[in-house]
Design a protein around this ligand. Structure first.
Ligand code: PEP
Ligand code: MN
Length: 339
């Protein structure tokens, strides 16, 4: 439920309501507005159903039940769009469309620096690159682990790009958070609830990819794990879902963008690389995503896709990426955004 405080309720009144909720075994999530504060009461539904006479507390104006199963991710509790503020880059609302680009996997230091400089020159503000790779085969390249994280951190220092990389396991959350700016939870781990909670207790933004076979509601419930663990900075990532279609690696659900915008205040990024699995389709889907309201894009770029250790077939060469960035500009403008 949501406890709406009266306009200009005092800090003391808000504190008393929060204390009362904690006494009842619930978790208070205050959201401070310009005039009004609302407090989300999160917890076991059975506790929420009881009558607790919260109206008796001073400063309480209204108590509204939250109908959706995702409480903190939904618009019922927070109607304004969330902006993920990372200083030099802000994602969401009317900020420029942020572009995360780079290789599927960190392969070596020289490659990473070169590709980072090229994507930066083209207008990307965040470097992507996996140091822990979720591979279908246990015999395939699994990533450079901490060495890869160090390379990402070095390139970040050299280029001032922010860095996003995947964390595969709860045991690695601390080390990945130490080296990077955004923790990526991969599609295969979307419902790894322990991992979601572990990322939720860091203060790093979390990029949460949609699971291969997940509904939008399941995806938002996964976001709820991160949010309810205390981390409000979740970026949702549509990366295509499994359908009967085999012409592309996955099927990008473009309609997920407006649906998420309606249901949730969280920003959404689209990954047309994993979505299509084919570099030739990446540009068209990236433009479609921006036109449909995406807040950011994640695109795989490799200096030499033919010899990439992973996902070469879906990686753009730097010059193709640069052309795409130019082509995205008028699309963004057409929908009232900027690149
Ligand atoms: C990735 O971004 O490198 C990746 C493995 O993506 P996904 O989890 O979407 O497959
Ligand atoms: Mn990849």
């Amino acid at each position: 439920m949501i406890i709406v405080m009266k306009p200009y309720a005092s800090k003391e009144e808000i504190r008393k309501v929060e204390e009362r909720l904690i006494d009842l075994g619930l978790k208070p999530h205050p959201i401070y507005g310009e005039f009004k504060t609302v407090i989300g009461a999160i917890g076991d539904d059975r506790l929420l159903k009881k009558e607790h006479n919260l109206f008796a507390l001073s400063g309480v104006e209204e108590i509204i039940p939250v109908l959706k199963p995702y409480k903190l991710a939904g618009r019922e509790i927070k109607s304004e769009d969330t902006v993920i503020d990372m200083g030099s880059v802000k994602i969401g609302k009317d900020n420029p469309i942020a572009v995360m680009a780079g290789p599927c996997a960190v392969e070596n230091a020289a490659q990473l620096l070169e590709v980072a400089l090229r994507v930066k020159e083209a207008g990307a503000s965040i470097l992507r690159g996996g140091a822990y790779k979720p591979r279908t085969s246990p015999y395939a390249f699994q990533g450079l682990a901490e060495d890869g994280l160090k390379m990402l951190a070095d390139v970040k220092n050299e280029t001032n790009l922010l860095v996003v990389t995947e964390v595969l396991d709860t045991r690695d959350v601390e080390i990945v958070a130490r080296y990077t700016d955004i923790l990526q939870i991969g599609a295969r781990n979307m419902q790894n609830f322990r991992l979601l909670t572990e990322c939720g207790i860091t203060n790093k933004p979390v990029l949460l990819k949609r699971g291969l076979c997940s509904t939008i509601e399941e995806w938002l419930m996964a976001a709820e794990y991160v949010l309810s663990s205390g981390n409000p900075n979740v970026i949702l990532c549509e990366r295509g879902i499994r359908t009967f279609e085999t012409a592309t690696r996955n099927t990008v659900d473009i309609s997920a963008i407006p649906v998420i915008k309606e249901l949730s205040h969280l920003p959404i990024v689209v990954d047309p690389s994993h979505g299509t699995g084919n570099w030739r389709f990446v540009g068209a889907v990236a433009k479609g995503a921006v036109a449909a309201g995406a807040d950011a894009l994640m695109i795989e770029v490799h200096l030499d896709p033919a010899n990439a250790i992973s996902d070469g077939a879906q990686s753009l060469k730097p010059e193709k990426f640069k052309t795409l960035m130019r082509e995205l500009e008028p699309v963004a403008r057409a929908v009232g955004r900027r690149m």
